[in-house]
Design a binder for this molecule. Structure first.
Ligand code: 13P
Ligand code: SF4
Length: 349
């Protein structure tokens, strides 16, 4: 991992001091260490969204990916500015659901007379959240997917979960929804007339996180269990149901961090395997190196999260007053997208 140069870190700290109460820096757990060391609040998607409304600073620099900064724009106070140090830091999964496709599919599904409630993983664009809001749906994160899926079932005849088929299936499995009631659809919506779709309780958008789906495999879990009998494998629920089914637990980044901390404190297990983005796992490996052997399921990094680095953070802070790297959202999308986010925050106080 690249070592932070003293001068970049010093300049960032000098600018933080200069802006004082006018600046808050937020960072997701997947950010590089060279960024995390400068953030005021580090958290998972839910925690970061929850903290925005309490922030009074005029400037919020969000170190994460684009959809997170867009959500921050929705929850910010009037006059507050949101910055993302690299606007090309998008999320591969969010790109797999286009608002126009989601809208078309929801229109077709609703035309059958069934009430379909859309539930969008927070890893989706603002335009998708606006469509979801207009159709009476809500947003969820990996921390509250279970609560929100139960809520969505209570609101209609069936749920369209998007974009992550894996989080959708893993959450439905945890709620005991039979596999035959979970049906994956195609983004073009060509098979929506089938009896399978008409009878399903849960419709899954065909999206995924390439890092968790393609790089973390069931045989890796078996391999760890073979070498460390009795030791646990914990993964993020963006992993496939095949992987999650073999593991000893699954949950958000905040859950994985808490479990690592508890395991290190108890010092009962010689090893703990964690399956999620490698920058976070590496931080846990170093933090608890003297107490527990934390092993990554795969050394998989998120190329989008990596785009925000100390250099782009510094450049953003240096040009804050010129508004460089500010994120703005289309006015017409704000109200419906905010509705979908607020439904989540109200259901998960
Ligand atoms: P969390 O909601 O657990 O922070 O995860 C976000 C994410 O992008 C995982 O890949
Ligand atoms: Fe998106 Fe996957 Fe990166 Fe998370 S790890 S931000 S889901 S691409």
């Amino acid at each position: 991992m690249e070592q932070m140069t003293g001068s970049t870190a010093d300049r960032i700290e000098a600018l933080r001091k200069k802006y004082g109460k006018d600046l808050v820096i937020l960072g997701h757990h997947y950010q590089l260490d060279e960024v995390v060391q400068h953030v005021d609040i580090v958290g998972d998607s839910l925690e970061l969204a929850r903290r925005i409304p309490e922030i009074e600073a005029r400037n919020i620099v969000f170190c994460g990916v684009y959809f997170m900064a867009e959500s921050a724009c929705l929850l910010a106070r009037p006059g507050q500015k949101i910055f993302l140090p690299d606007h090309s830091a998008d999320c591969a999964m969010a790109r797999m659901a286009k608002a126009a496709d989601v809208e078309k599919v929801l229109e077709k599904l609703s035309a059958t007379g069934r009430k379909i409630v859309p539930l969008a993983y927070v890893n989706s664009s603002l335009a998708v959240k606006a469509v979801v809001g207009r159709f009476g749906g809500a947003v969820c994160t990996s921390s509250n997917a279970k609560v929100m899926l139960e809520w969505a079932f209570s609101q209609g005849d069936a749920v369209l979960f998007l974009p992550d088929r894996n989080l959708g299936r893993n959450t439905a499995n945890a709620l005991g929804i039979p596999a035959e009631q979970q049906v994956e659809i195609d983004a073009a919506g060509t098979m929506l007339d089938s009896d399978e779709v008409k009878n399903a309780r849960l419709l899954l958008w065909p999206g995924c996180c390439p890092i968790h789906e393609r790089l973390m495999k069931p045989e890796m879990v078996d391999e760890f269990h073979k070498h460390f009998p009795g030791c646990r494998v914990l993964v993020h629920p963006e992993c496939t149901p095949d992987v999650v089914g073999r593991c000893d637990g699954a949950g958000s980044t905040a859950f994985l961090i808490k479990e690592a901390e508890k395991a290190a404190e108890a010092a009962l297990e010689p090893a703990l395997c964690i399956g999620t983005e490698f920058h976070l796992v590496h931080r846990l490996m170093e933090r608890y190196a003297d107490r527990i052997n934390i092993i990554p399921l795969a050394q998989a990094t998120c190329p989008d999260m990596e785009k925000v680095d100390a250099a782009s953070l510094l450049a953003t802070l240096e040009q804050l007053e010129q508004g460089v790297n500010e994120v703005t959202v289309e006015e017409a999308l704000k109200a419906p997208a905010r509705d979908s986010l607020v439904r989540m925050l109200e259901n998960c106080r």
